[in-house]
Write a protein that binds this ligand. Sequence first.
Ligand code: KG4
Ligand code: ZN
Length: 368
Amino acid sequence: MRILGIESSCDETAAAVVADGREILSSVVASQIDVHRKYGGVVPELASREHLRQIVPVVREALAQARMQLAEVDGIGVTHGPGLVGALLVGIAYAKALAQALGKPLVPVNHLEGHVHAVFLEAHQAGRTPKLPAVCLIVSGGHTVLYEVTPEGHGAGFRYRKISQTRDDAAGEAYDKVAKLLGLGYPGGPMVDRLAAEANGAPAPVKFGPTKTRGNALDFSFSGLKTAVLYHVREHCEYGAEILAREAALARGERKFEQLLPLCSPQTLALVREFQNAVVRDLVERTMVAAQELSAESVLVSGGVAANSQLRATFEERGKSAGLEVFFPSRALSTDNAAMIAAAAYFRFRAGCLADASLDADPSLKLA
Ligand code: KG4
Ligand code: ZN
C-alpha cells in the first residue's frame, strides 16, 4: 500500500511516498528558512503563503522521485495538527481535493505521531525494531514532550500516554533564542551544536545547574536557562563587540559556520557549550528516569533537536550503561518531513481512521 504523505504544519512544505508504512520511496522537503530568517522566527502569514506556492511542485516532485502517477497512490495522509492553523489548512485543503478527485482514502495524521513513526522508519532501514514499551522524547522548536509508547491491537500501531512536557519554552526554541541573543543566526540549533564542539578545554564563564520543576519532577523548563544566558551576557560587557561583529556578518549574508567561528571568542564558545550541556543534561536525565520508572525496553528520540550531536552521544552512552536501546531518526527524518506522516497514516488507515471532506485543522491537537 503506497501512501502519499503531506506535511505543512510549520515552516516546511513536505511530501513523500511510503510503502506499507516502512519503505520510503521518496521524500521531498521545501524549507522556508530563508523566508523567515530576517524575522528570527516563523511568521505564520508568510508560512501559509509559502506553503501555497510550494505544495503543488513538492507533491509533484515526490511522485516523480517515487516514479509514480497520482492515480497509483493508494491513500493520502495529511497532518491536521498540531501546528499553525493557516499553514495546516494549505496541506489539508490540497489533500482533500486530491482524495476526492482520485476517489482515494484520506487519513488524518497527528504531527507528533509522525515524529514517533520517524524513529521506526529509520530503525526499519537498519533492520531493527524498537521494543515496546518505550519512552519517546519529542524535542523540537515547538515541542518538548515525553510519551510512554505501548503496542495497540487492531493494527493501529501504538498507544500513547503523556508523561511530561515543557512548562514554558521548547528546547529548540531555547536554542533559537540563545542563538539570536548571541548573534549566531537562525535557526540556532545547528550552529550552537557545531560551535559547542569547538569549545575544547576553555573554562565555562558561568555554570548552569540542573533545572528543578515543582509538581511533576519530569516536566521540562527552558525559559529560565535562556534568561540566565541573557543576564550573563548583559552583565559581561566583553561579549558586546563580538556580538555586533557577528550581527554585521549575518547582515552581509555571512552565516556559515566557517564564517562565524572566527568571530567567536573562546569565552563565547565555552558559554555556548555550557548552555548545551544544561539542555542535554535535562533532556537525557528526565528521559532516563522515566524509562527506568516505567521499565521501558527502549528509548526513542525524535524532532529537530534530536539532530544534536551531543544529545545523541549522551543518550547512546547513558543507554549503554542502563542496558537500554536508544533509537534516533537520521538527521533528515528528525526534522519535519512527510515520510513520517505517510508512515503514521498507514497504521491509522489499517485501524480504519479515515476522514471525509469535513476534515479541519486542529492547531492544538493532542496525542495523549
Ligand atoms: O522538528 P523541527 O524541524 O520543527 C519543529 O517542529 O519545530 O525542529 C526545528 C528545531 C529548531 O528550533 C532548531 O534550532 C532545532 O530544531 N535544531 C537543533 C539542531 N538542528 C535543528 N537543535 C539543536 N541541535 C541541532 N543540531
Ligand atoms: Zn515537528
